[in-house]
Design a protein around this ligand. Sequence first.
Ligand SMILES: O=C(CO)[C@H](O)[C@H](O)COP(=O)(O)O
Length: 233
Amino acid sequence: MSTHTEASPPSPKQQVAIKAAEIVDNGMIVGLGTGSTANLFIDELARRQHEQQLEIQVVASSVISRVKAQQAGLQVISIEHLSHLDMYVDGADEVTTDMQLLKGRGQDLVCEKLLASHATAFYVLVDDSKMVSRIGEKNAIPIEVMPSAAQLVLNRLAKLQAKGSLRLNAAGDNVAYSAAGNLILDMQFTDLETAQINALLTVMPGVVEHGIFADIVKAVFIGSSDGVKLLQR
Ligand SMILES: O=C(CO)[C@H](O)[C@H](O)COP(=O)(O)O
């Protein structure tokens, strides 16, 4: 069922979800991201499947997306059964014009980056509020760490002039655990470029995953009150 009506025109996030659902072809395996924009994509994909009898399978980056997809009537397969992934569609917290991303406001980074990296095409859906001139401009960079390594990684990052702390749960009375059972550091870097931060975090022992998604995006759909713009390689 479509999430907008004649009385309420599609929001920027709905517009990008509709555009991305249009590029799904019969027979594809489609990866589903996590978040409010990814949810709108799941709705649109389910609508297309029902209306046009598309034969597709989906794989989810999180429990919440899997449940939503199942409730919408999509055929969900597990990551273990994937031998390839035709496309992966997800939102983002920050996007630069050269298509570097920051993700991970949620706690599903590991599966999100796994699916984004292995997909033949990774499409990103945002509204124009997510556009920034540099990664880290509005949000700290989430770094998922082995629980036992959190303090060591924090100390190492402090030597690189990064500031931040362990993420807490919503009530603020305990640490937040990721879907993979890890802890998350939210860090701000003042002295390093995005490429340097990406390179050092990608190889730092104790770091399981981090929120910089560099050089893996095929296209970004940007919704605004003026319609949808496309950035692509
Ligand atoms: O990275 C994410 C979750 O880990 C989300 O894709 C990101 O936070 C964007 O969310 P939304 O679509 O709700 O704005």
